[in-house]
Design a protein around this ligand. Sequence first.
Ligand code: COA
Length: 155
Amino acid sequence: MTISNMNQEDIICKVLVFNSDDQLKSIELRYEVLRQPLGLDFKRTDLDKESDQIHIGAFAGNKLVGVLLLKTMKDLSDDILKMRQVAVSPDFQSKGIGKKMVQFSEKWANQNGYKIIDLHARKNVVPFYEKLGYHVEGDEFLEVGIPHLRMIKQL
Ligand SMILES: CC(C)(COP(=O)(O)OP(=O)(O)OC[C@H]1O[C@@H](n2cnc3c(N)ncnc32)[C@H](O)[C@@H]1OP(=O)(O)O)[C@@H](O)C(=O)NCCC(=O)NCCS
């Protein structure tokens, strides 16, 4: 499958097993899309702490083209999931893959008893989440050196 003959239906989302080949590839994708452009890297200790998070991958054939993490907020509430590290491979952006991953995550959250998804959106991506039913809560703040807004969706 090439990008030009790819359809939305060809994109499959699934939960990745921590430390599997696909999950390790997803770290490379997160680095390429989210960290390298800001001149940042991951710390091994932070990546190890993600063992209890839900790692979701989007695949075009067997190529990993998107990633998204869900983190439980058990210390705060059993109802809330934090969505983080949402990234689509540059060549595959604007083809509905981000939307498909968010919708897959919401289905997973629903099936697992969560009621709210909470996230920190980069300011320039706020319209993407708004289209998916998230709303801004509170004021702008800096994270990884760039403006962010907290966004929430009641499932
Ligand atoms: C943001 C990102 C995850 C969106 O995924 P995507 O696959 O490119 O987006 P989709 O094609 O699913 O877009 C869904 C809708 O949101 C819109 N949209 C996507 N990104 C947008 C943006 N930055 N600003 C405005 N609208 C946007 C699309 O136009 C589309 O609208 P439509 O449904 O009316 O056609 C992806 O572009 C990405 O990885 N960007 C770089 C990393 C990043 O900023 N991650 C988010 C950190 S909070």
